[in-house]
Design a protein around this ligand. Sequence first.
Ligand code: C2E
Ligand code: MG
Ligand code: MG
Length: 663
Amino acid sequence: MLVCDRRAQGARLRQYVGIILIVLALSIGIRIAVVMRLTRMVTDPLAYLAGVAREISERRDYSVRAERETGGEIGQLIDAFNEMVAQIDRHDRARQAAEDGLRRSEERYALAARGSNDGLWDYDATAGRVYLSPRLNAILGEREAEQWVSILDLFGRIHPEDRDRVRVEFAAYSQSNAEAFDVEFRMRHHNEGWVWMQGRSTVVRGEGGRVVRMAGSLSDITRRKTTDAVTGLPNRLFFLDELGRALENTGSGQVAVLFLDLDRFRMVNDSLGHSATDELLIQVTGRLRSAVRSAGRKVVVARTGEDEFAMLLTELQRPADAESVAGMMLAWLREPFYLEGQHLPVGASIGIAFGSASDKPEELLRNAETAMYHASTKGNAEIAIFRASMRERAAARLEIVMGLRSAIKANQLRLRYQPLVSLRERRIIGFESLVRWQHPERGLLRPGEFIAIAEESDLILELGEWVLREACRQMAEWDQRLAPDPPLTIGVNVAARRLRLEITERSLLADTGQILATLRALRRMGVWLVIDDFGTGYSSLSYLQRLPFDALKIDRSFISELGAGDGSPEIVRTIIELARSFKLRVVAEGVETADQVNRLSALGCDLIQGFYFGKPVTAEQTEALIRDGYAIQPAFPGGNATDYFEAGADDIGTTAARLELGE
Ligand code: C2E
Ligand code: MG
Ligand code: MG
């Protein structure tokens, strides 16, 4: 039994072991299958992702995405992978766009730099060096395509006259917070002369606002800077440069500078306006060019001021050559200009200055201008050659202009009154007011020292207004206080030359109607119009015909000849007859002797003014004369003078004022 049990136990044991082994084998097999399956589920997608990643990186194509076939963690991993690639894709596109933009803008910049006229520079403040672009080098006439120079070197190329200004502005700019810098200056051209530059720049600042880098452009503005926009001629800047070069190269020879000033420019401007003025300048330029051509030599013509032109003559054989060119210029300008449907005469004056290597351009031009002033005071269409004595006169003239301007405000002007006597009435019938300047240093100045100078500018208008006001005020005051009987007349000298020009010129400009209306209105107010200094001008007859004058004053020079021994009274007689035929009164001025008074009265001249009856005196002295009942001093000469009085001329006692117009 026992044997039987053992056998049975052994068999069962084997059975168990077998079952255990089978279970073990099954579980291992299953586990292996599960593990293998699990492994494939993880590694395959990873391998797949790795493949996709490799593909993306090889093709640089970030639009590729991994496909998601499963859910769970692997699915999440693929989603995350795809999201990551999408982000890279977006970044890449953005970077690409930025790069494209940058490249395009760089290309644009390079194209612009190559195509534009601007030279470019870039200053590295730390190294103290400046990069100059090919275009900038070309502007400066350098052969190198591009170069690096030191900042000192660059400043060294700036014109000595501009250098300090640029340096100061540059320093001010680097210390300021200003965004941009804009300055104009000249730089030396490699071969010759100077190039006008306009510099613009911006700055890069480092710590504490320190400039670390500056870059900008330099444009060649030589043409704009040196050309006159209206006439297209070179301007003053160009002329001075050219003159400077001519003086440097002249060796032992001479150069001549001609300075031309148009005579009636301001009047054309005032009466016809700017566009007519421009047109006039263009026509003048054309004629000057013709004159140069007919002179057959090289002449640089420039417009140096409003109505001023300068000419440069080099290789002069003889100084007389310059004069003959000047004469030719004036001849070309002599014919009237045709402007706005009218023929307009415009004269000119020319000053000439000769210079040699040691002269400065500005000074030479100024000398020519000084000579021109001298020429213009001599009369129309004159030429004068500079002499050193003219400079003193020019300085004195400048002093007068400056002083006179303040003199009017500082109440330094005075009026003197000179009696006007009627021979027929044997009494004073009025006074001529004559201006004086009580100069703080030089004492009492006569009009001869300042009127002509004032007439060259608008100063004469201010002065004229003061005189007119003061004479009227004085007259009204005497009228009220002294009630003179018969009423008083006071003559006022009206801006002699200026008014004359205005009347003749304006009437030329077909506005005679307006002028006539004004003059007639003045007359109705009781204002007398007198032509002063008659016989010294040149177009007196045409005035007499055109304008409603009341009287003419025979110039002192004819009167002084009257008494001089055998001085012929013919001119005076002719003027008196002329006046009579125009129904004008005649005044003789500058009468100094009894003999002259007698001769004048014999010739039929009634109204006398001169030292013989009284010098110009102060207001107080004049008041005494009025209180005296206008008695004539000295004692009235008798004899033949009285014979004429009976012939009688009409009464001017009611006249309120007289305007004396210089011839
Ligand atoms: P005018 O209008 O012909 O004035 C006459 C000038 O001759 C005055 O000189 C007068 O003092 C001077 N005179 C008068 N009688 C005699 C004489 O018998 N002998 C001599 N030798 N001279 C005599 P004045 O005051 O120096 O004025 C000179 C000129 O200055 C004036 O000449 C006039 O053209 C101008 N003038 C004077 N005052 C004014 C003014 O208020 N405005 C303007 N625009 N010009 C003025
Ligand atoms: Mg006068
Ligand atoms: Mg006079």
